[in-house]
Design a protein around this ligand. Structure first.
Ligand code: SF4
Length: 231
């Protein structure tokens, strides 16, 4: 793939005030995701990682087009659909990713059956904490259209760890997303075409009816809509 090179540097996380965040979010509200990613790389260099669940490779394609060496974090919960693991495999071939697969400490039990909060805490939240230790910032693929809870997602925010969290595609219009995915032949999890607009672990994901919130197929029968890594 064609890559635009950029200068990579490492520095300690600069503090961003609320005013700074406001200015940045105003600046990037209508910006192309690549402009946001370039800003993040310029600010955080090698201290920037990308986290993805491989529902598709949209964010990976955007980010690695700018910096092919960026660390890509995948949380291997142990309960991914085989289709998701196949997308991961295809992505490894296409992008030669600097991939970090983070696995949870063995729990010895299927926690999801007895308590999804504890299971997500062990298999997602703590594994992401571990993967991001030593980083200053990370890229996520959150989109405002994912759910009503995500409709106010800023482009840049500070997460609960105090890290800079960058959501380059949060406000990207759907028609531009579709055009980019088509043009770049972005890899898409086939489950998306089978009625799973949001794909997580198999015990906690089901098909969603057309017109429903994209996250409504997650933790069916429960008020839970987020695993906790974005809270
Ligand atoms: S989504 Fe389900 S299986 Fe996956 S970590 Fe959360 S509770 Fe466990």
């Amino acid at each position: 793939m064609t890559a635009t090179t950029t200068t990579i540097r490492t520095r300690s996380t600069p503090k961003l005030s609320a005013a700074d965040l406001g200015r940045l979010n105003t600046r990037f509200e209508s910006a192309h995701p690549t402009a946001v990613i370039l800003w993040a790389i310029g600010e955080y260099g090698q201290d920037l990682a990308l986290a993805t669940s491989f529902s598709d490779t949209l964010l990976v394609d955007l980010a690695l087009s700018v910096n092919p060496d960026m660390e890509v974090v995948f949380l291997d919960t142990g309960f991914h659909f085989s289709e998701t693991l196949e997308v991961l495999k295809q992505a490894q071939v296409r992008y030669e990713m600097n991939l970090r697969v983070e696995q949870p400490d063995p729990t010895g039990e299927d926690l999801w059956a007895s308590g999804t909060e504890a299971c997500c805490a062990a298999r997602k939240i703590r594994t992401l904490d571990s993967a991001l230790a030593g980083k200053s910032a990370w890229l996520s693929g959150l989109r405002r259209t994912d759910s009503s809870d995500r409709k106010r997602t800023p482009i840049i925010e500070i997460d609960r760890r105090g890290l800079i969290k960058v959501n380059p595609i949060a406000a990207w219009p759907a028609d531009e997303v579709a055009a980019y995915m088509d043009e770049r032949d972005v890899i898409v999890n086939p489950l998306t075409l089978e009625g799973y607009p949001s794909i997580g672990c198999w015990p906690c994901t089901e098909r969603t009816s057309t017109g429903n919130d994209a996250r409504s197929g997650r933790w069916p029968g429960s008020p839970k809509t987020e695993c906790g890594i974005h809270l």
